[in-house]
Design a protein around this ligand. Sequence first.
Ligand code: ZN
Ligand code: ZN
Length: 413
Amino acid sequence: MSKTKRSFAARLDRLAQVAVKVGLRPAVGQQVILTAPVEALPLVRLITEHAYREGASLVTTLLDDGQCAVARYKYGHDSAFDVAPDWLFAGMEHGFKNNAARMAISGENPGLLSGQDPARISRAAKARGLAYKPVSELITSSAINWNISSCATLPWAKMMFPELSDKRALNKLWDAIFKASRADADDPVAAWTEHNNTLLARRKILNDKRYSALHFRGPGTDLVVGLADDHRWAGGLSEAANGITFNPNIPTEEVFTTPHYKRVDGYVSSTKPLSLQGNVLEGIRVRFEGGRIVDARADKGQAVLEKLIQTDEGASYLGEVALVPHSSPISASGLLFYNTLYDENAACHIAIGQSYSKCIADGRTMTREELAAKGGNHSNVHVDWMIGSGQVDIDGITADGAAEPVMRKGEWA
Ligand code: ZN
Ligand code: ZN
């Protein structure tokens, strides 16, 4: 293989091509709204170039900087934490309602806000979540095509590889991103077509089974997750309401659906740390009764976890359940990314909060009340956390209550 001979510039260009040609797939004449950390500028330029080559009419980029975000917590007046850029989000909403595509580059420092006041972090997240809600609803319902890809940044790389020099840590993270994003494949677009077909086959099997629930068992876990009525499994290629097929996440290894928010019972333990609002949470243990979280503990980050669950009523219920084999390439890398885009694709996971209406048949045209009647949860938050490992077994519970193996020791049964 020639991949080790490829220059960094060539690999970065291939990653940009994956983001645009596999991920976002802008239509001719479509506007693109792009957000990214400042460190991602070289990748942003390449993505912009490829978006124009594919026919985008205008790419508008918003860059943000971690140090500026921290300055707010260090120097901001106490009244500074209940505001959000509603003017900006109103503009984004206007853009997406007029069919702009959404491109996001992730690369934030997972520990950016560690040491800052959890109450302030929670207030700021709540204000942002409220103001952003109309935008996030357009995205989670896939009104338009969207994609999240990622860019290595030094703070992120040093979090993963604290023992390495800056240069080596950054190179190692880039290698992992190129590999997980299949940008190193000889033909990345063909590799993604094959991968999407694999995910589609898994979706089909689960959709045909029509399980009423999934039963997770493992160390510290015995959890029954009821599935929403008329649920549909998604994963890989997705179709937006504007008719464009796209890949929302690069990378992605999961198939996922909407649980019934009132039919979740038992207890569950996290199997990986979770980066949340600039903090790292470890050792999460949660108990559910009738769908509701009745007890939540974390060995590290307890206050952040509690604030998350208190965000709103829906933050105490589940909005997603996802299956990922323990042998997925990201899991096989053995790396812990402290970034949900990666870590959620290394293990089965559940998400607290907002559900995906597209995972309920005809859900995209239903009202919030109609979705809730099927079991779809509503919240201003959506936080995935990992509950799968090589020690977790999953049974599918059929409509008549029989159990059949879905996963054994983390692999498809
Ligand atoms: Zn997921
Ligand atoms: Zn999720």
